[in-house]
Design a protein around this ligand. Structure first.
Ligand code: NDP
Length: 289
């Protein structure tokens, strides 16, 4: 029977690590790390995410600010706000909640956030750092996935890992992190032939697709560690992952639930990244990956 990896409990451990670090940093450097979260418009899901991010920041004791901007703000005005935050010495981390309204170019926004304040790890400088094996800010969800895998003590060296999904924010970076740990990594996507056969090779299976219950128990190798990033609604409107949990749990050795798996870890790692940005700015160096 698969054991559940409790992302909520682990995220609490991570947040408590940050909470313990904040006063130490304040004593040493004379101020607390500060995270600014920007939301544009009134997307209900985004509102929940930003609220949880600001709440987590408050829990850790760091400074945080929520900047709420109208949906019709011009791209130029948003970029101006970001530039002002880039130049504010008291701001360490800047997060712009995605998606943005259609008239705003997300790529331009991501590129405008100063690399050393890019808590999401989406800036091209941080992406390049990740792929070149240089110091960088690692994106929150992939970093959280690695911490979840590490929490069950599985050795990645020489293992077969399959990542389903190849987005820039989850699939690709998590594949690189698994590769860095000497797993043999396959990235599957919508054009992969026989997804089940590919998934069945995986000792570590990471799903970042966005399709409710796409992966069923018969697509999982017995004893695999299954990490479900997906956040979907099932036919009854209930939150569910990319994995059909009922059929997968008996096959997997470890499995993350949705909700309560990767989601809370993403927010906890954002807190870690804010500390990393604070230190990167204070020491003018990037954290070791
Ligand atoms: P994207 O939509 O950017 O990427 C989805 C990927 O899945 C694509 O690479 C796509 O392939 C692939 N895909 C789609 N359909 C299939 C299929 N039938 N078989 C195999 N592969 C398929 O999504 P994200 O990476 O942004 O997010 C993925 C999921 O994770 C979403 O549910 C999202 O809500 C969730 N998420 C959760 C987070 C958390 O903190 N818990 C954080 C971020 C995301 P192709 O490239 O060929 O189109």
């Amino acid at each position: 029977m698969g054991n559940i990896i409790d992302g909520k409990a682990l995220s609490q451990v991570v947040k408590d690590e940050v909470k313990a670090e904040v006063p130490v940093l304040e004593a040493r450097y004379g101020r607390k790390p500060c995270l600014v979260v920007i939301i544009v418009g009134e997307n209900p899901a985004s509102q929940v995410y930003v609220r949880n991010k600001v709440k987590a920041a408050a829990y850790t004791g760091m400074e945080s600010r929520l900047v709420e901007l109208p949906a019709d703000i011009s791209e130029a005005a948003l970029l101006e706000q970001i530039s002002a935050l880039n130049n504010d010495p008291l701001v360490d981390g800047i997060l712009v909640q995605l998606p943005l309204p259609k008239h705003i170019d997300e790529e331009k926004v991501i590129d405008t956030i100063a690399r050393e304040k890019d808590v999401d790890g989406f800036h091209p400088g941080n992406v390049a750092g990740l792929w070149l094996g240089k110091d960088c800010i690692v994106p929150c969800t992939p970093a959280g996935i690695m911490r979840l895998i590490d929490s069950v003590g599985v050795e990645l060296k020489g293992k077969q890992a399959v990542v389903v999904g190849r987005s820039n924010i989850v699939g690709k970076p998590v594949a690189k992190l698994l590769l860095d740990r000497h797993a043999t990594v396959t990235i599957a996507h919508s054009r992969t032939a026989d997804l089940g056969a590919v998934c069945r090779t995986a000792d570590i299976l990471v799903l970042a697709v966005g399709k409710a219950k796409l992966i069923t128990g018969d697509m999982i190798k017995p004893g695999a560690v299954v990490i479900d990033v997906g956040m979907n609604r099932d036919e009854e409107g209930k939150l569910c992952g990319d994995v059909d949990f009922a059929s997968a749990q008996p096959v997997a050795s470890w499995i993350t639930p949705v909700p309560g798996g990767v989601g809370p870890m993403t927010i906890a790692m954002l807190m870690k990244n804010t500390i990393a940005c604070f230190l990167a700015r204070t020491h003018s160096t990037f954290p070791k990956k």
